[in-house]
Design a protein around this ligand. Structure first.
Ligand SMILES: [Zn+2]
Ligand SMILES: [Zn+2]
Length: 274
């Protein structure tokens, strides 16, 4: 299958299934990255429910979940991830911001605990392996599948990822807030020369001033960083639920006009990287 990424959820903050969001999709953050025989799942927002159906159809038995962080919109699809309830399935779940905060397993158990959820984590019969690391570390998921990470500027921390396979690279950089006029050196280092960068484009530059401290960035900053770091393509991601289809179309047109490497990610979009 080579190296490819599929978008299962492109929204931020809260799922927004509505007739005004069908063009881009209303599920929250979840990607599927296929690198040879290795399946990688960056984030477990509500988009992971449909990915679970696909995994069952294709009989995918193992995958690596890489979490940017544990805000609801990035983890609350996991209790509805069907394959995790099946025996003989193996999922490794990693996070880079919780080693000093109780660990990722406790967060996953907590979101499935009474009185806010009926089915406990222990009801999942699949083999779940939780692993905490510190953002900035690097690791190899399988021979030839390298992952580099970097800390992002987000309340309670978040981790940016760079996945390399077969000489190509994909970066996943959400959620992160920039400082106006000061390009984030940590992000620039992570995305340098990447073939595709998926970037937190929650706001426009015009909206950003009223949202400082909320932990997000703008599509314009995504373009500025991508150009500076010689990135080939930029996928706007983590769409604001208040940006309905017509506004998203407009944002995408403006982004393409500013830099032709930019486009807005849409649910079920598949991009081949090799
Ligand atoms: Zn988010
Ligand atoms: Zn967040």
């Amino acid at each position: 299958m080579g190296f490819a990424v599929k978008f299962w959820g492109v929204g931020g903050s809260i799922a927004c299934p509505s007739p005004r969001h069908v063009g881009f999709g209303g599920n929250t953050s979840c990607l599927e990255v296929i690198a040879g025989d290795t399946h990688i799942v960056p984030d477990a927002g509500t988009g992971i429910r449909s990915l679970g159906h696909e995994f069952l159809r294709q009989d995918v038995r193992s995958a690596h979940l890489l979490l940017t962080h544990s805000h609801w919109d990035h983890i609350n699809g996991f209790p509805f991830f069907g394959p995790a309830f099946e025996k003989n399935r193996h999922f490794q779940i990693r996070a880079g911001h919780l080693s000093d905060a109780g660990g990722v397993r406790a967060v996953f158990a907590g979101q499935m605990a009474t009185p806010t959820f009926p089915v406990p984590l222990e009801a999942m019969s699949g083999q779940l392996e939780f692993e905490d690391f510190v953002a900035g570390e690097q690791f190899e998921l399988a021979p030839g599948v390298r992952v580099k990470t970097a800390p992002l500027n987000h309340p309670s921390g978040a981790t940016g990822y760079r996945i390399e396979y077969g000489g190509k690279s994909l970066c996943y950089v959400t959620d992160t807030e920039h400082v106006v006029g000061q390009p984030d050196q940590s992000v620039l280092g992570l995305i340098e020369g990447a073939d595709l960068v998926v970037y937190d484009s929650t706001y426009t530059d015009e909206e950003f001033g009223r949202r400082v401290g909320w932990g997000h960035s703008t599509w314009q900053e995504g373009v500025r960083l991508s150009r500076q770091a010689n990135v080939k393509r930029l996928a706007l991601f983590h769409h604001d639920p208040d940006h309905e289809d017509p506004q998203m179309e407009e944002i995408e047109q403006q982004a393409k006009a500013m830099w032709d490497g930019a486009f807005a990610s849409r649910e079920t979009m598949l991009i081949q990287l090799d």
